[in-house]
Every structure is written in C-alpha cells, then in structure tokens.
Design a protein around this ligand. Structure first.
Ligand code: ADP
Ligand code: MG
Length: 253
C-alpha cells in the first residue's frame, strides 16, 4: 500500500476496509476519525481517517510502530480522549456528541482499561486500587471482597494486597493494572501493551485470561501489542502506520 498521503485514496481504502468488517452486532463504529494537536500554527496529525467496525465478542489486536497512534486510538475508544473530527458510535450511541460526564459514565459502565503506564493510584493499596471501580459501580461490600479475593488469587498477588504501587515491581504493577480492568466485569476490555513488562509465563497467562473472557463470557477485547504471538490471540489484527489503518489481517485459528 502506498505511503503517499492522499485524502481521497485514504477515504476509499478506509471504506473498503469498512465493507470487509464482520456483519454481527456492532459494538464500535469509527467513521473518519481524526486526532490532531495544534503545534503553533500547524496541526500535528496523530490519527487520520480511521474507519473501523468492531463487533461485540471480537478480539482485535492493534499493531504498529512506536508513535503510530495506537495509544491515542485506544484512549479514544476508551472515551478518555476525544477525536478532533469524525464519528464514534458505541452500542448505537453517538459518543462524539457526549459531554465529558456522559463519557465517564459510559466508561465506568462498560469499559475496563489496562494502561500502558499502569495508572495505579499511588496512595491506595493494591486492594484499594482494585476496589475503586467497584465502588463507582456501587457493588455491595461482600461481592467486592469476593471479586477482589478471586482476582488476587488468580494473579498470585494475595500477599501483595496491602502494599502500595511504589512497593511493587513494574511487572507486578502491570498485573494489578490488568486485574483492575477486569474487576468490574466490563463488556469491553481495552489493553495498551498489557504484557509489556511481564515475564513470558505471566504474559501468556494474561493472554489466556483474555482468551477465556472472550470465548466464554463474550467480552470484547481490543489490545495493543508489539508481540506477533500475542496479536494472534485476536481474530483480527489492525496494522497502524502514521495514524492510519494500513491494513487489516484476519487471523486463522
Ligand atoms: P503509539 O502508542 O503508537 O506509540 P501515541 O498514540 O502515543 O503512539 O502517539 C502518537 C503520536 O502523537 C506521537 O508522535 C506523539 O508524539 C504524538 N502525541 C501524543 N500526545 C501528544 C500531545 N499531547 N501533543 C502533541 N503530540 C502528541
Ligand atoms: Mg503507546
């Protein structure tokens, strides 16, 4: 595919990708999403004409070089950032028309986000970090305790529950970040390099957890990854380059 930027060609290519998308129930629809930052009198484009569909129950991997816009795209999907232009439809709702408060509500209701840089709350313990999303969702106390105990156990972190993030290694913080994304039982998990700081057995375990959630509970997953092996856990791989979806690959299982 040509690297020369031409809006008309991009639009046509995007529409072609769009028409190849699965026809099952749509969870996410992106139409000509653009994101730029003003730098002086110029615009620095981070995303250009991104068109994509993600059906409920899909597991999509996003790959691409550093700086290609992967995190920006994931933050937009997570309603943590807004596109500068274009439309974002989520479960039939026009997110691009939402105010910040409505986006936050939707985020809390539907989304679990694994951040590239963990984003744990420094002055809360591991246990409290995991509890926070459940408090927002008004999950009763006994249920909170059992869900937290279950995840701490699954990720071998029971002994760490009263420690603060600064007392954990990068890999352990990553695991807490993953556990926190799962605890609210979201419909959509967005994970930005969720295994970036993990040893390979731990990384494999996270991928297997995602696979089970996707296959058995129908949770939709979108992950950013640099690992070909992890990307293949998905049913589709979107390759991003210079803020555009360069191509889309279907994974045969
Ligand atoms: P990736 O996750 O693929 O590495 P990002 O989405 O983090 O890429 O960033 C894409 C591009 O956007 C990078 O070139 C980055 O420098 C730029 N960028 C991100 N945030 C800002 C900002 N606040 N102002 C200007 N440029 C930014
Ligand atoms: Mg990134």
């Amino acid at each position: 595919m040509s690297n020369v930027y031409c809006p008309k060609v991009q639009r046509l290519l995007s529409q072609r990708l769009l028409s190849q998308s699965p026809t099952s129930t749509k969870m996410i629809e992106l139409k000509n999403i653009e994101r730029y930052y003003p730098t002086g009198s110029l615009k620095t484009y981070v995303l250009r004409y991104v068109n994509a569909h993600i059906a409920e129950g899909e597991f999509v991997s996003i790959m691409g070089p550093s700086g290609s816009g992967k995190s920006t795209l994931l933050h937009i999907l997570g309603m943590l950032d807004e596109p500068t232009d274009g439309e974002f439809w989520f479960l039939g709702e026009a997110v691009h028309k939402f105010n910040e408060r409505r986006r936050t509500e939707m985020y809390r209701e539907y989304i679990g986000f694994v951040f590239q840089a963990y984003h744990l709350i420094d002055d809360l313990t591991v246990y409290e970090n995991l509890e926070t999303p459940l408090l927002y969702k008004k999950v009763p106390s006994a249920e909170r305790k059992s869900r937290i105990a279950d995840l701490l156990d699954r990720f071998n972190m029971v002994a760490k529950k009263d420690l603060f993030p600064s007392q954990l290694s990068g890999g352990q913080q990553q695991l807490v970040g993953v556990a926190r994304a799962l605890i609210g039982r979201p419909k959509l998990i967005l994970a930005d390099e969720p295994t970036g700081n993990l040893q390979s057995p731990q990384a494999k375990e996270i991928m297997e957890v995602f696979k089970t959630l996707n296959k058995e509970d129908g949770v939709t997953i979108v992950q950013v990854t640099h690992s070909e092996e992890n990307a293949k856990y998905g049913n589709r791989i979107l390759h991003l380059k210079d803020g555009r979806v360069e191509n889309e690959e279907l994974v045969k299982h």
